[in-house]
Design a protein around this ligand. Structure first.
Ligand SMILES: O=C(O)CCC(=O)C(=O)O
Ligand SMILES: [Fe+2]
Length: 296
């Protein structure tokens, strides 16, 4: 990733609600919060062994590498379903694997676990019914995307380290976004600059998130994530801070996604081809415009 322009993410120990709002929420700047989860029992309690004992019998759906499917698909089909304990054993073994579990609301199955953390009152508007867990084996990654509902995310890391690459919404023009989705066409684990040259113009952030730390990802921020070793995260969400963001988020979920599903069903491969072609055309247009501006 040598040619990407990436700067570090701010790190703060403690911050007041007001300063957090003014410096990070409002301007949509990501930040690592060292102490967001410092009073949580979860940071010492939650291990693969603990989850195995508590919830190992539940069946979980495992997902593989996104590029093994059509890259324009929003919903990836699971590759298999296994007892949670079996997956946790693989995760803890440190063996490289693409297998992940995402948007997992284990708390519906095991509500006791809700006692192990709290919604840290640094911000209002938590979506308290939607605490999600994300698990990934060593070497797995999460494609470059932003969250369709445009919520803010507080993502707390457990057991290992994850690397994040982030881009503000104003960088979307360089990121080969598929129309009707919030996903990029670029494989960030191995960027093909011949196919996606505009990536060289994008500027973003990079950070590594370690056990017990929380990354604040503001509404609409693009994120690409690599699991450097087997680990998991808890993600807590709050509504987009602006009314327009809330309406746009609801519209994305209720209208844009549905249209994409509809066209996928009816036009299948030609719809995917169209989306990829558009993603490339629109972004490369920006490069052409810049070249023309520079030549004038
Ligand atoms: O950490 C992951 O596996 C994905 C997290 C993510 O995309 C999110 O919280 O929005
Ligand atoms: Fe996400």
């Amino acid at each position: 990733m040598k040619t990407l322009h990436l700067k570090p993410v701010d790190v703060v120990e403690d911050i007041s609600k007001e300063d957090f709002y003014q410096n990070y929420v409002k301007p949509r700047v990501p930040v690592i919060l060292k102490n967001y989860a410092s009073s949580w029992e979860a940071t010492s309690k939650w291990t693969p062994e603990y989850f195995t004992e508590k919830a190992g019998h539940h069946k979980v759906k495992l997902y593989g590498k996104w590029l093994d499917n059509s890259p324009t698909l929003i919903e990836m089909p699971p590759v298999k379903e296994v007892p949670f304990a079996e997956y946790l054993e693989l995760l803890a073994s440190s063996k490289p694997s693409d297998l992940r579990i995402f948007i997992f609301n284990l708390f519906k199955l095991e509500p006791d676990l809700l006692k192990d953390f709290s919604f840290t009152p640094i911000m209002d508007g938590y979506l308290k019914d939607h605490p999600y867990l994300f698990f990934g084996c060593a070497g797995s990654d999460v494609r470059l995307h932003y969250d369709i509902d445009l919520s803010n995310v507080f993502i707390t890391q457990f057991q290992g380290t994850k690397r994040f690459i982030l881009f503000d919404q104003d960088q979307t023009k360089y990121l080969y976004k598929f129309p009707f989705t919030t996903h990029s066409a670029v494989d960030m684990s191995n960027i093909d600059y011949n196919q996606f040259p505009a990536l060289k113009l994008a500027s973003g952030y990079q950070c590594d998130l370690h056990h017990g730390e929380t990354l604040f990802m503001p509404s609409g921020i693009w994120h690409y994530i690599q699991y450097l070793n087997g680990s998991f995260s808890l993600s807590l969400r709050t509504l987009s801070p602006s009314r327009i963001g809330q309406i746009q988020g609801a519209y994305n979920v209720l209208v844009v996604r549905k249209l994409d599903e509809f066209f996928n069903k009816f036009y299948k491969n030609s719809w995917s081809d169209f989306k990829l072609k558009k993603a490339i055309e629109r972004t490369n247009e920006i490069i052409k415009e810049r070249e023309i501006d520079n030549a004038l």
